[in-house]
Design a protein around this ligand. Structure first.
Ligand code: ADE
Length: 225
């Protein structure tokens, strides 16, 4: 999978993709992430990427030209499945959307900044708008990093243990059960006996029960879906 991220602040995306699982996924060639600085596509001499909004009002708007020429350039090189705009007024990002996007081949993700992007970009280029939650970030970069991370870990081979993405919280509309590791007792706090029993069917039954209890108490809405 190839993901092209369009931003005016590329530095914000260096560390999320430069370590741990995301770095390994790229080293293995399973995910290609290309971060593009929209400023490089500005044609005026000050390299501006934003301007005052028509009609007045505070806040700058991301200009149409540099973004259009960057997307045109990318589209002349390959076909994209989706051109995504990160924005608080987009569709809410949840696990089913991550699952769907993880099956795509080429994605563009545009990160919004300032007051947002000139509406003509949304009308003529954007195919999908995504919000990661009902709150406002300073820019779309952190939101894009969240989306890319959630997508990339679903690609076969990215996680060491491939089954672990399948047992994630939300994949079956259940939260994950509690987990423990050594030691079996710490300050008198004991690991549940059943996990030490060595009986796989008992362990499995306990985990299912705990997942259900956890979901019922924390996220009962998931059980109604
Ligand atoms: N940009 C600013 N806030 C955002 C949010 N909640 N989701 C996606 N992009 C954003």
């Amino acid at each position: 999978m190839r993901i092209d991220i369009l931003t005016v602040v590329p530095q914000l995306l260096e560390s999320p993709f430069g370590a741990s699982i995301m770095q390994r996924a790229q080293d293995k060639g399973l995910v290609q992430i290309h971060v593009h600085n929209i400023r490089d596509y500005s044609t005026n001499k000050h390299k501006n990427v934003d301007d005052y909004q028509y009609g007045g009002g505070a806040g700058m708007v991301m200009s149409v030209e540099p973004i259009a020429s960057l997307i045109d350039q990318l589209q002349s090189e390959r076909e994209y499945d989706e051109i995504i705009y990160m924005t608080p007024d987009g569709d809410l990002f949840e696990q089913p959307m991550a699952n769907g996007l993880s099956l795509k081949k080429n994605l563009i993700i545009l990160c919004g900044h300032y007051k947002g992007v000139d509406e003509r970009i949304r009308e003529h280029y954007i195919t999908k708008e995504i919000s990661i939650g009902s709150f406002v970030l300073s820019g779309g970069e952190l939101a894009a990093a969240v989306v890319v991370d959630a997508i990339a870990r679903l690609i076969p081979g990215v996680l060491n243990d491939e089954t672990s993405a399948l047992t994630d919280s939300f994949q079956d509309n259940l939260l994950s059960p509690p987990v423990y590791t050594r030691p079996p007792e710490f300050r008198g706090w004991k690991v549940p006996e059943v996990l030490l029993s060595g009986d796989p069917s008992k362990v499995e039954a306990w985990r299912e029960e705990q997942a259900y209890i956890r979901t019922k108490t924390r996220r009962p809405d998931l059980l109604n879906e």
